[in-house]
Ligand binder design. Structure first.
Ligand SMILES: [Zn+2]
Length: 524
């Protein structure tokens, strides 16, 4: 029998699939209504409710934050449920770090982030998890310090070229160029016994520090995961559903995706104190710190760091919240919106500025529904858990529903840090580039009534649409496991690490969300 050449079929299918995405219909009554319903008050109220306590994945406080999301979505009459998973999380039990050198008494670092005088959240901040690196190996090391710049492979290659031996030493690296899991892995591969990562003020405090400005204060510490995989480490590539098979914790902790050595993060102030005692050759110019920093030298020693870390790797319950708005014409085709809820600390910017936007958006959709609107396709609102540990909640859900999602999902739209400053930042798989541009043209810049979000975006440093190649956020499983067209977007690219969030900008993201899935997907 004659066989059809597959290419025309593929082109036809793609065209049929994306025609509606690329050809924007004229704005309708419901579109205009949706865009007119913005309220910073409700978004701000959600943000406050979600961030009143630190809410790390697996904690009671994060379960309470989940309750807020569930009750909000349920009150809007959207069918909403919690999908729990049992997954491997990591918490600090014991940490210590002291610095010594020949002829100098050892001094112990407090490993505490200071609150500022008059901080109204000082009491609540006592609940913040101690500074740590999730999944770092429990153990101790006492050895001379080697300074490894950003901890990249090329940095260790440079150290080797200068004859600096890292074997058995404590590697001191700074955040900023590669994933912290790679910083620790590269230290281990170079033979280090332990790794310490500091936040260099040169990279993270370019202006006034909090509370006088938005930037990282001297005792601020970046906490995070060092797991290089995605999803529950005890169920690699399959779902952590009830009663499932799983690898042992010991085995999960000994894979190459885990750091395998003890490691701790420290503040800029502590990092500089260590570097003051590191001798050896002066490090190259691009390895140096900013104004007021000591001269950074390569080592090894004479500074000696004595580090101990004890972690608790434990199976804990996480909770995704899933809400469904059934489509009228194509109920079995899904447009999925996702944002995570868990945070290392309070999560005002990362991620709950995005959660507030998701709930604000749901409220607007509910108002439309009350006026008789139904979406063309089914909209699924997802509030993920344990993103910070390794995109765990979203990955487990995709793994559990892989076949259904692969065949039914039109697009996945992710917002992680919804707002952290001004400006627009967006990444997408290429099919959605044009849609993203069209949508942003329909949203007004709230700070300038005569221009669109598109105008603001094009005038910024981040006017190019990025690509979703790496991990980064909850789009990962959608893009890389099941090949779904996806978008990731944020307001405030330039201030990602800022402590402040600009509440007045909060209305941007719901509108971006809504334009993306309502306007050009012909929901109306
Ligand atoms: Zn996040």
């Amino acid at each position: 029998t004659a066989r059809l050449h597959p290419l025309p079929l593929l082109v036809g299918a793609l065209f049929a699939t994306y025609y509606h995405l690329l050809v924007a219909p004229a704005p309708s009554y419901y579109q205009s209504l949706f865009l007119s319903l913005g309220s910073n008050d409700t978004a701000a109220a959600h943000l406050r409710a979600l961030t009143v306590r630190p809410h790390l994945a697996g904690t009671e406080a994060n379960a309470l934050a989940a309750d807020h999301v569930v009750s909000t979505l349920s009150s809007l009459s959207f069918p909403t449920r919690v999908t729990p998973y049992e997954v491997l999380l990591s918490y600090p039990v014991g940490r210590s770090l002291s610095l010594s050198a020949p002829g100098r008494d050892a001094t112990a670092f407090a490993l505490v982030q200071d609150t500022y005088p008059g901080d109204p959240y000082a009491a609540a901040s006592a609940e913040v998890v101690p500074t740590f690196l999730a999944y770092a190996a429990s153990g101790s090391a006492a050895a001379e310090v080697v300074y490894a710049n950003y901890g990249r492979r090329e940095d260790y290659a440079y150290l080797a070229s200068r004859g600096v031996n890292v074997t058995g030493k404590v590697a001191l690296a700074r955040y900023g160029k590669v994933y912290r899991g790679d910083i620790v892995k590269n230290a281990r591969d170079a033979g280090a016994a332990a790794a310490v990562i500091f936040t260099d003020p040169k990279d993270y405090t370019p202006g006034k520090a909090f509370p006088d400005g938005p930037w990282m204060p001297p005792t601020g510490v970046q906490v995070g995961s060092t797991f290089k995989g995605v999803g529950d480490p005890t169920t690699p590539m399959w779902a952590s559903s009830e009663g499932c098979e799983r690898v042992s914790v010991a085995k999960a902790m000994s894979t190459h995706d885990m750091p395998g050595i003890p490691a701790l993060p420290v503040s800029g102030r502590d990092g500089e104190e260590i570097l003051r005692l590191v001798g050896g050759d002066v490090a190259p110019e691009d390895w140096q710190g900013g104004d007021g920093a000591p001269v950074y030298r390569l080592g090894p020693g004479p500074a000696v760091l004595n580090l101990t870390y004890t972690g608790n790797e434990t199976i804990a319950t996480i909770q995704n919240v899933i809400s469904v708005i059934e489509g009228k014409e194509e109920p079995d085709r899904y447009v999925i919106l996702g944002n995570h809820r868990d945070a290392w600390t309070f999560g005002a910017a990362d991620p709950n500025s995005g959660t507030a936007a998701l709930l604000e958006l749901a409220q607007r959709l509910s108002k439309l529904q009350n006026k008789g609107w139904r979406p063309r396709r089914t909209i699924i609102l997802c509030n993920w858990d344990a993103e910070e540990y390794g995109l765990i909640g979203s990955t487990e859900w995709v793994e559990e529903n892989r076949a259904m999602l692969t065949s039914r999902t039109v697009a996945y739209l992710n917002v992680d840090v919804g707002v952290s400053g001004s400006g627009v930042d967006a990444s997408a798989t290429p099919q959605l580039d044009e849609l993203l541009k069209q949508a942003s043209k329909k949203v007004q810049n709230p700070d300038n009534g005569t221009e669109s979000l598109y105008d603001l975006w094009m005038a910024s440093d981040s006017s190019l649409i990025g690509r979703l190649g790496g991990g980064g956020s909850d789009y990962s499983a959608f893009v890389q496991h099941i090949g779904i067209p996806s978008v990731d977007m944020a307001i405030g690219s330039g201030l990602f690490y800022a402590f402040f969030i600009c509440l007045c900008s909060l209305s941007y993201i719901p509108e971006m969300f809504c334009c993306l899935h309502l306007t050009d997907c012909e929901f109306f």
